[in-house]
Ligand binder design. Structure first.
Ligand SMILES: [Zn+2]
Length: 333
């Protein structure tokens, strides 16, 4: 279920604007989500104390996926041992994204104090981790998933914000100097990223020194740090880019790319749930049927409910047996 990425779209929100300071060897992105973020909130109800962090992670997911050079999905997972066990955002190369959270057992989300810090929520013992996985869609054909994992620590302390977690990841796992600002309210989830590009072969562009590069990087950081949460949430990305880098735009030092649409998309389907039941095995499924008269499963991401009654389950395993029976015959060709 998704809004098509190909519809003509406004650049006000649900877009990501990417740009490049060619000579300064820095790239940037600004994202602002509205309906994609609203849909995530409507599909499942999230405790207010956690929603803001999830929204910021959703914005980060879009920022990190905008430059994906492969057909697949980027998965961000923050895992820990607090009230929140897991925050997950998945975004594919077309910028279709979904998100969910998992709470510790027997926690009533509505009772969580809204003022609780991110560190207390997910990382009370300092052992929490941030994992980012690049999962290619053609994994069966020799393509491998890549995963980087870092502690949920920033400058020696448990991270206080999702932005800190993402910056720590970029620093330790990707070794790319990156600044990320994120913000979220009920309506919008927004973010800004600037990143130093690796110097190709250690060479600098003509007419620029190492000092000038460093000056530029500091200047861009200062500029991004002037953006308030309100400004990030209330301003369309292309407008914010022009406002922030007006000097560079004047000197034609910033190259802006076409804004891209970001949208909600969940990959769950009846076929996938069926495959999951096949993996559970016939005996296990029969025992669930005996207890509950049907198998019911709800998608953690979009809240879609899938029902399999005894007839559905029989058909599922019958089809599987048929396929299994055909396999050796196919192998002979
Ligand atoms: Zn789903």
């Amino acid at each position: 279920m998704s809004n098509s990425p190909n519809d003509s779209f406004s650049t006000e929100f649900d877009v990501i604007q990417t740009f490049l300071f060619d000579k300064s060897q820095v790239r940037g992105e600004i994202v602002r989500l509205n309906s994609a973020w609203q849909t995530i909130q409507q599909r499942r109800s999230y405790p207010p104390a956690i929603k803001r962090h999830l929204g910021e992670m959703v914005a980060a997911g879009a920022l990190l996926s905008a430059t994906l050079k492969f057909d697949g999905t980027l998965i961000i997972q923050a895992q820990g041992t607090g009230i929140v066990r897991l925050l997950v955002v998945e975004c594919n190369a077309n910028l279709g994204l979904r998100a969910t959270i998992k709470l510790a057992p027997n926690i009533d989300g509505s009772l969580i104090d809204e003022q609780i810090s991110l560190a207390e929520l997910i990382n009370p013992d300092g052992l929490g981790k941030l994992a980012i996985t690049l999962d290619p869609s053609n994994r069966g054909e020799g393509q491998q998933a890549y995963q980087g994992i870092v502690p949920l620590m920033y400058q020696g302390k448990p991270v206080e914000t999702i932005a800190q977690a993402m910056m720590a990841y970029m620093h330790h796992s990707e070794q790319l100097e990156t600044h990320i600002s994120l913000s979220c309210n009920d309506q919008f989830a927004s973010g800004i990223l600037i990143q130093k590009l690796p110097q190709i072969g250690g060479k600098l562009a003509e007419n620029i020194s190492q000092e000038e590069l460093l000056d530029d990087w500091h200047r861009f950081n200062l500029l991004v740090n002037t953006v308030s949460d309100e400004e990030m949430l209330d301003t369309p990305p292309d407008v914010l880019m022009q406002r922030l880098f007006a000097v560079e735009a004047n000197d034609q030092k910033v190259k802006a790319f076409e804004p891209r649409k970001v949208y909600f998309e969940c990959q769950c389907s009846r076929i996938r749930v069926g495959n999951m039941l096949l993996m559970l095995g016939h005996a296990e499924v029969l025992s669930i049927l005996e207890e509950q008269h049907q198998v019911e499963t709800t998608c953690d991401f979009c809240g879609e409910v899938y029902h399999f009654d005894p007839v559905d389950c029989e058909q599922l395993f019958k089809a599987q047996n048929l396929l299994d029976g055909m396999r050796p015959a196919q192998g002979k060709h």
